[in-house]
Ligand binder design. Structure first.
Ligand SMILES: [Zn+2]
Length: 263
C-alpha cells in the first residue's frame, strides 16, 4: 500500500476583488488561480505534497468570495472562526453565513472568542477563549467542534494543554511544515500573503525548489527572536523595523501592533 502524501495546509484570511497592499489580503481572482493549482496538484499527483485550504478569523469575504469558488470545484476547506465576533463585528460572518458554509459541506473550527493571543491569557481567560468558543459554536451550529487554530499562531505548553482540556483534538498552528498523515494533535500551516505569486506557490509544492525549507528557516529565526526578547518586545521591535522596510511583512507588523486583528 502506498503512503498517503504529506499535507501542506495553507492559511488565508481575507479576500478582496481588488488588489490590496495589506499583506493579509489575497485578491479574489488570485485565490481562484490558487484553488485551480491545488486541484491540478491533487489530481495529477505531481507533487509529494497534497494541498489543503484553511481560513482564519471568519471574515465575511470567506462566505462572499471564497465559498462560491470552492463550491464550484467541490473543494472542502477549514474555516476557523473568532466566535465572539460572529454577528457582532462589522466585516465578519454572522450565524446565517456560518450555517451556509456548514450546509455546503465546509468544515468549521474555532479561532478563540475574541482573538486575544492565548499566550497572554490567564486561566479564566483561556476558559472563555477556548471552552466558551467551542460550546457556542456547537450550540449554534448543532455539530461537534473538535478543531481550532491559534490566534496569531501563538502557543506554549500551557496553551496546548488548555486546548486539549477544552475538548479540541487538533490545533492548527502557523508553523510552516508539511504534515504526514494522519496528522497529529498540532497541525502546521503556511501563511499565504497577497504578494505571493502563483509562480512562488507552484515552487512551494516542489520540495527541491527550497521554498518550504526557506520558510522554515525564517520561521525558526522569528521563533528564536520571540523566545529571546519575549512576545511584547519582539512585537515592538518588529513594528519598528518594518516602518523602515514597508515591503517586508508590513501586515504582520500591523497585526502585531494590533493583536486583536489578523494573525
Ligand atoms: Zn487570526
Amino acid at each position: 500500500m502506498t503512503q498517503p502524501p504529506d499535507r501542506l495546509y495553507l492559511l488565508y484570511h481575507e479576500l478582496r476583488p481588488a488588489r490590496s497592499d495589506y499583506s493579509y489580503v489575497v485578491e479574489t481572482n488570485q485565490f481562484e488561480k490558487h484553488v485551480d493549482l491545488f486541484l491540478k496538484l491533487r489530481n495529477e499527483k505531481t507533487s509529494v505534497f497534497y494541498p489543503e485550504i484553511t481560513f482564519d478569523d471568519g471574515h465575511i469575504s470567506n462566505f462572499e468570495f471564497a465559498l462560491p469558488i470552492l463550491h464550484s470545484r467541490a473543494i472542502k476547506a477549514w474555516f476557523f472562526i473568532t466566535v465572539g465576533w460572529t454577528g457582532q463585528k462589522p466585516g465578519y460572518m454572522g450565524w446565517a453565513e456560518l450555517r451556509a458554509l456548514q450546509g455546503a459541506g465546509q468544515q468549521i473550527g474555532a479561532h478563540g472568542w475574541s482573538h486575544t493571543l492565548l499566550t497572554h491569557c490567564d486561566q479564566p481567560q483561556l476558559q472563555k477563549e477556548l471552552l466558551k468558543a467551542r460550546l457556542t459554536l456547537e450550540d449554534k451550529l448543532g455539530t461537534s467542534i473538535t478543531t481550532m487554530s491559534l490566534p496569531g499562531g501563538r502557543s506554549n505548553q500551557r496553551v496546548l494543554a488548555a486546548c486539549r482540556e477544552a475538548g479540541y483534538q487538533q490545533v492548527f498552528t502557523s508553523v510552516p511544515k508539511a504534515e504526514p498523515q494522519p496528522a497529529g494533535p498540532a497541525v502546521g500551516r503556511l501563511n499565504i500573503r497577497g504578494d505571493m505569486t502563483l509562480e512562488w506557490l507552484t515552487k512551494l509544492f516542489q520540495p527541491e525548489s527550497g521554498v518550504l525549507s526557506g520558510l522554515q528557516r525564517q520561521h525558526q529565526i522569528k521563533a528564536t527572536a520571540k523566545t529571546l526578547l519575549g512576545d511584547r518586545l519582539y512585537e515592538r521591535l518588529w513594528a519598528l523595523l518594518n516602518r523602515h522596510e514597508p515591503t517586508t511583512d508590513a501586515g504582520e507588523a500591523a497585526a502585531h501592533e494590533n493583536p486583536a486583528h489578523y494573525q
